[in-house]
Structures are given as C-alpha cells and as structure tokens.
Design a protein around this ligand. Sequence first.
Ligand SMILES: *Cc1c(COP(=O)(O)O)cnc(C)c1O
Length: 220
Amino acid sequence: MHNSLNNLIEIQKEIQLKINELNNSIKIPQIIAVTKTHPMSNILPLIKHGHLDFGENKVQEAIVKWQDIKKTFPNLNLHMIGKLQSNKVKHAISLFDYIHSLDNEKLANKIALEQAKQDKKPKIFIQVNLENEDQKAGINRSELHDFYKFCKNLKLNIIGTMCIPPNTSEGNDYFLEMNKINQELNFKDLSMGMSGDYLNAIKNNTTYVRIGSKIFGNRA
Ligand SMILES: *Cc1c(COP(=O)(O)O)cnc(C)c1O
C-alpha cells in the first residue's frame, strides 16, 4: 500500500478510537487531505481508495493539479484553504467546492458576483482570528456577527467558521472558544485541526480537519 494511503487509514483509525474514548455522540469529522506542494502521484492512491476531500492553498497550483482529475472523478470535493485574492475568485469558484478562508467584504462581494455569474454556490467558512493576531488572516471576534450578516445579505452559503490557532498553542482553549462561537452562530460545520492538533480539535466538535504533513510527509 502507498505510504500516503497507509497514513490516512492510520489517522482514521486513531480518530475513531479517540471518539470511542471521548464520547460516541461526537460526529466523525471529514478529513481534508491537504495536498499543497505534493505531486499527483502521491495523491492518486487516496483518490483510487475512494477518499473524496482534498485541500489546496493556491488557486494556480490547484488548477494545474486538479482541473482534469476532477472531470475524471466528479465526486471529489476540492477545498480552498489558503488566502484567496479577489482577482482569483473567478477561477476559484469554477474549481473549488468549498472556501475556508473568507475574511473580508471585498472578497465576499466578489464571490457573490461570481457565484451568480457561474450559477455555482461554494460552501463557505468564515476564517476567524480569535486573538486578533496582526499578521494573521481572519475576522476579529468583535466583527464576526456583523460580517456574517453582511455575507447572508449577499446570499453566500456560509456553513461555519474556520481557524488556524497560534502555533504556540496546542489549540485546546482556542478550539474550545471556537466551538462556542460556532454554536452561538448556529453553524453546523467547523473547520479546525491540522497535523499537530487535530485530536484536540475533535474534542471540540470540529467537523472538518485539514491534514497535510501527517499524510503526505513534510513539504519541500
Ligand atoms: C497547510 C495547511 C494545513 C495542513 O497543515 P499540516 O500541518 O501539514 O497538516 C491546514 N490548514 C491550512 C490552512 C494550511 O495552509
């Protein structure tokens, strides 16, 4: 078996065990296999195994890697997890099924225009910056409710919030707080947890974990 597929299966088993141990009512989260920088030869074993959800962080790289494969495997779900520039929205809407990184009005306006033009509605997460870290993308907590209202008025299909906690934390408190916010807003979906902290995210009811290096190895 290919290494990447073996890793994915081990992670799935580990997650199932963790859920059995914690609380069987926790929903098994969807694993987004984050494929940025990795070649299709390492990704295909997962696709052939039937894995459906994959994440990229750059539009251009995603087009080159995924445009044709998606035609061959139309059930694949492609997730845009990186910063999205407004001038790339047209391509992003045509290729991606999910956008995890909505965090400003200009981008929201552009997505609204483009989804109407293409008659295609991606599922969208609002990226949240809980600790107001300057260098980091995301909507500050104090602006989140207004921003969500703004997006709803534009008829965007917002399904949840997404975060990337500071790498100094293992995520626990941060994830706890995100879960609370997500419930306040009545969202069903939550995108948090990466290779180093996904078990903590699962404890806090995440529904999508985004895992790269633990499946595919370190990025060059
Ligand atoms: C790269 C990336 C991931 C995956 O990171 P790993 O630590 O390799 O699992 C998850 N989320 C985002 C937004 C990323 O850019």
